[in-house]
Design a protein around this ligand. Sequence first.
Ligand code: 9MR
Length: 353
Amino acid sequence: MPSTKKLNLLVVAFACVGVIPFACKKTTTASCDATRSLHAQSKFSIGVAIQLGQYENNLDYARLADQQFNSFTPENAFKAENLHPIENVFEWTEADRLISIALRNNKTVHGHTLIWHQQNPAWLSSFQGDAEAWEALFKNHIQTIVTHFKGKVKAWDVVNEAFNEDGTLRNSIWKEKIGPTYIEKAFRYAQAADPQAVLFYNDFNLESNPLKRKQVLTYLNQLRNRGVKISGIGLQMHVSLQYPEPTQIAAAFKEVFNQDYQVHVSELDISVNLLGNNNNPDAAVFEAQADCLGKIVTLYKQIPQQYQYGITFWGISDNDSWIPAYFNRQDYPLLFDKNYQPKPAYCKLIELL
Ligand code: 9MR
């Protein structure tokens, strides 16, 4: 995530915290065990970001991954720095292990991500070549990966986080070297390599920033009008107790499906310590988190079924979340606690699905 995202989140949080300290109000959730299965309860897919190392070394993690979720998004294993670490060398070993675990356990795999400005291999920034060489590299990167996983990966986040918060195109190595049409080209190359794959554009703050959402939709609609296949939009939804308001989320879902895009809540987590001043939240905070998730899921269920691609959580337990390391603060944003026990958010979810 870019540092601007960090800043934006904080600015938004400071702006809101005095006005609406708890957008998601407290209710009481009965305690529950995790002997049931989220995905078995659900009409749409319930996904999770998977870390291969955790899956292979932590029995609690693997048990919950298998039991509760039916779609796996590799959290980092499919990013360019891991799959394409050296020019002309692709490294499949770990990604293939993850695929066989998923398929053996009847999970679908959501490929994340083909083209991004982050987690690119070092060789890319020093690659010397003319426009033609860059185009060949770009095409080869996308098509080698999509072809390798054809028939095994159901859907791809073809392009990730390509827009700024004001809705303009973000500067990135891809925009610089391939040109501003790189998004269109990425989708066309992915589609040609696997015509069956479901193709997504994925980004953050689409649920909370109407300007960015409008610009992204306008941009993607233009591509579609030129015959580019774009099946859906991933709203990452790294949200918090304070923000965004459920009304904003409802508006976002509606705008996206009204324009004929499938809606993937693609990286859901709910921060309970956005400002870093509540390292030991009490039970009321976790009830509020459950309530917040309940509102999101209730809104998601109102989306017409053909547009419900699914909800994916960005990790299993609070132990596995990216947030503490990235923001250098304690946080507890997921469905299971650090001991892999269900939290009120899990109980709320299973009750609502
Ligand atoms: O969760 C991922 C974390 O382990 C990585 O260190 C980080 C690197 O930027 O990427 C995290 O996942 C990101 C995802 O790929 C795209 N959207 C934002 C996610 C959180 O930063």
